[in-house]
Write a protein that binds this ligand. Sequence first.
Ligand code: DAK
Length: 258
Amino acid sequence: MSYSNIIVTTENRITTIKINREKSLNALNEKTIDELYDCIESISKSEDIKVVVITGVGNKSFIAGADITMFEGKSPASIRTIILKLQDTLNKLEDLTIPVIASINGFCLGGGLELAMACDLRIASEKAIVGQPEIKLGLIPGAGGTQRLTRLVGAGRAKEMIFFGNNVDAESAKSYGLINWVASPEELEEETLKIASRLAKGPSFALNMAKEAINRGPEISLLDAIRMEAELFALCFSHEDVKEGVDAFLNKRKPNFS
Ligand code: DAK
């Protein structure tokens, strides 16, 4: 599939996906959702890509939500098809075995924040604005916002953000635990690449196991989750990276993971 609403580049085993609808503040329309789905599907089959970065074209917006023009005059059945595809896309994104970073370069609203929350880590420009404004359209978040936001910031903050639909600046979002790092707009790309490069050089199997444990844990009881952690810990010993990591430590050198 060739893409026009996203730009995909891969360098040093890091794939960057840029949402490319600058005039609409990178809002997600049907075509963009289709392209994203296809791209994430092909990344999930690649053994070469170690990290994914998602960002928006331009310096104003990451993703200003679902494209609101899509909602006009649609029947419940047709809107359901589009919207379920978006949910599937975000679930697929969250289920990638490799780390995914949202590099939030501006407005990150509605479905945009939902997409960012389906990523593993979030770095934002000082000028970024995040929020779930759906309530202002008479809606609620529909692509995991009520669930992922609550898990990240707690029920109280999630209700405050969703009930009022207020936008939050990057520093406040960081203090909520919604954003991991804040960078100046000029340094956002460089800082994102530093984080991505560090992860790309890391032990990918252990990173995958850690992601699995963290993502699956909340779905089961604490006792079962801790047991799952032990199983995944043991599974790490099936990979040569453990040998390399332990040997590097004992010989006081830097590890060179496979
Ligand atoms: N959709 C379509 N166009 C948008 C847009 C959006 N979300 N956001 C901005 N634009 C367009 C504007 O209409 C404008 O187009 P022109 O008039 O130039 O043709 C252009 O981008 C520039 O926007 P503004 O002129 O408004 O720029 P400002 O700087 O004044 O304001 C803003 C920026 C981001 C504050 C404002 O544009 C705004 O409030 N935008 C709407 C944000 C929003 O409400 N987003 C949430 C959409 S609802 C579901 C899954 C997902 C969803 C639902 C269900 N299921 C799986 C069930 C998701 C829902 C949503 O995301």
